[in-house]
Every structure is written in structure tokens, then in C-alpha cells.
Design a protein around this ligand. Structure first.
Ligand SMILES: [Zn+2]
Length: 157
């Protein structure tokens, strides 16, 4: 039985998801699929310049797995650039990390992607009396600081 693939955590979704050489119809191009976790590995290691150890930690995978992912990603990107192939970004075993916030004044709840910084205030009433809702990953149940009424809870990242 194959080992289940561990879900890889990514912080953001790519803005564009298709790259192709100019002037050649898609139908005539060979397409290379770069998965979103491969793109995330490239982002962390090559663009942000993180050490593989740290980047692997960010994605919730082992350093060895990260090494394999980035090697595959580099090869695919090189193949596309050198041999003039189309590059399509899709798929991958990923979970986009989201943080949920809640406003104590108006009760508004909203989510933000991981890695976008902490919100300055409630997007609805602009109250600074906001806190992060911590979810129990297994049950989806909330835990933590909800009972902390009447006090200005700090937003923990
Ligand atoms: Zn509010």
C-alpha cells in the first residue's frame, strides 16, 4: 500500500497559472504541469532565500521531501524555458493555511491567508478589539480565547 502523502502547507496561491512561449498556439505546445507545492518550494527557497530546513518547516514537510520537490520544480522550469514548453500551475497535495479572526465589538468574523500579516482592525467596524480564533485541527472546534470578554485581546500571529 502506498504511503499517504502528507498535506503540504502553502501560504499563497499563484496569481497566474499558465505561462507559454509567445506566438505559438497552445495546441502545438508541450505542457508541463508544475504543482502548487512545487511552486511554493521555489518561492520559499529561490525567491525568499530561505534555507531548505526552514522552508521545509514552513511547508510542514521533511527537509528531504522539500529537497525532492525543489529538484523536480527546478527541472520542470528549466525544461519549459530551455525547450520552449508551456508551464501550467495546478494541483498538488496542499492546504492553504488560513487564519480566522473575530471582532469582539460587532461579532464579525473573517479569514486571511497565512503570511499576510496581522489585521489592523475589524474590516467591518474598524474596532481594534479583535482576536484570532484558534481552531482545533482535528475537530474543527474552536478553542482558546473566546471567553476573554471585555478585555482587549491581542491578536496573536
Ligand atoms: Zn467589528
Amino acid at each position: 500500500m502506498p504511503r499517504p502523502i502528507k498535506v503540504r502547507r502553502i501560504a499563497c496561491c499563484p496569481e497566474a497559472n499558465y505561462y507559454k512561449p509567445r506566438g505559438i498556439p497552445v495546441a502545438e505546445l508541450e505542457e508541463i504541469i508544475l504543482s502548487t507545492d512545487e511552486l511554493e518550494a521555489v518561492r520559499l527557497a529561490d525567491l525568499d532565500g530561505l534555507y531548505q530546513e526552514k522552508a521545509a518547516g514552513n511547508m510542514n514537510i521533511s527537509r528531504q521531501t522539500f529537497g525532492n520537490i525543489i529538484r523536480t520544480a527546478h527541472k520542470k522550469i528549466a525544461d519549459a524555458l530551455v525547450n520552449g514548453k508551456a508551464l501550467k500551475i495546478e494541483g498538488g497535495v496542499v492546504a492553504i493555511e488560513e487564519r480566522q479572526f473575530s471582532c469582539q465589538d460587532c461579532g464579525h468574523e473573517w479569514t486571511l491567508p497565512f503570511g499576510t500579516g496581522r489585521p489592523l482592525g475589524c474590516p467591518q467596524c474598524r474596532s481594534k478589539n479583535i482576536f484570532r480564533v484558534l481552531k482545533d485541527q482535528k475537530t474543527g472546534r474552536r478553542s482558546g480565547i473566546e471567553g476573554n470578554k471585555g478585555r482587549c485581546a491581542r491578536v496573536a500571529d
